[in-house]
Ligand binder design. Structure first.
Ligand SMILES: [Zn+2]
Length: 262
């Protein structure tokens, strides 16, 4: 047996532990990352990933205002800094803003420094620019690696990981009635629903968010008819008696004064 076998074995074990097992832990075994809050009762957290997008997000905000519904936006920090007016509008209209990443990249293959940037540097930029207090990190495609799992474990650095419990394939252009029915089939107390307000992400179909915008009034009505309330993640946590994670430890960076989100 040549020595190279040992090298291959060591590399495979390290890759498995670094990039694969953390996702088996969070996604298959459903540990550590928050994905539902059953104690919240008949409530659903409405969350949007991948924005802000100048083509769709303002019209989505119009639709949410018309339904009287507030949501949580997991934003890409670089896009948020490119379109600050949209983020300011989210905050002004009472929505919650949390972090999805600096860019939409595959976190499992990133070295530790880049994985840190995806969560913590991105959160820091959002805090600096918008005076937000960012507490929740939803990694892009919901996939983490070992360092990002370690840093968000129990909110030890001020950020906690969150994924979702209802996902309905809205990144493909799908009739809003079909999306609504898929959501209703999977509905459960304390659900975290993820939808998307951008079609720029790899794998998403051009124009898909149009259907998500159309879905809003139908979804609000269908959930109300079942006695469910739609709202931001913070409402789900409050109703379920879960505290928000603490203030972010910027690890050397001078912390700005965090402003509590409404
Ligand atoms: Zn995403």
């Amino acid at each position: 047996m040549g020595g190279w076998w040992l090298v291959v074995l060591v590399v495979a074990v390290v890759a498995l532990g670094y990039a694969v097992l953390p996702n088996v832990w969070t996604r298959v075994l459903k540990r550590t990352a928050l994905r539902r809050v059953p104690a919240a009762g008949r409530r659903v957290a409405l969350t949007f990933d991948d924005g802000p997008d100048p083509k769709y997000t303002p019209r989505l905000l119009d639709a949410l205002a018309q339904c009287g519904v507030r949501a949580t936006f997991f934003v890409i920090a670089e896009k948020a800094l490119r379109h600050p007016d949209i983020v300011e509008r989210m905050i002004r209209e009472g929505h919650e803003v949390q972090v999805h990443g600096m860019r939409h990249v595959l976190v499992p293959v990133l070295p530790p420094g880049s994985a840190w940037d995806q969560a913590f540097t991105a959160a820091e930029k959002l805090q600096e620019r918008f005076g937000l207090s960012i507490r929740w990190y939803r990694p892009t495609w919901g996939l983490c690696n070992l360092p990002s799992l370690w840093w968000t474990w129990g909110g030890r650095r001020g950020l906690r990981m969150v994924t979702w419990s209802i996902m309905v394939g809205d990144w493909r252009r799908t009739d809003s009635g079909v999306l609504r029915d898929r959501i209703l089939r999977r509905l459960h107390p304390g659900a975290i629903l993820v939808l998307h307000d951008s079609d720029e992400t790899w794998g998403s179909e051009a124009g898909a968010p149009e259907r998500v915008i159309e879905l809003m009034p139908e979804l609000a009505a269908a959930l109300a008819a079942r006695g469910y309330r739609l709202g931001p993640l913070r409402d789900l946590l409050a109703a379920g008696g879960l505290p928000q994670p603490g203030t972010v430890d910027w690890s050397g960076a001078a912390p700005g004064p965090p402003r509590a989100q409404r």
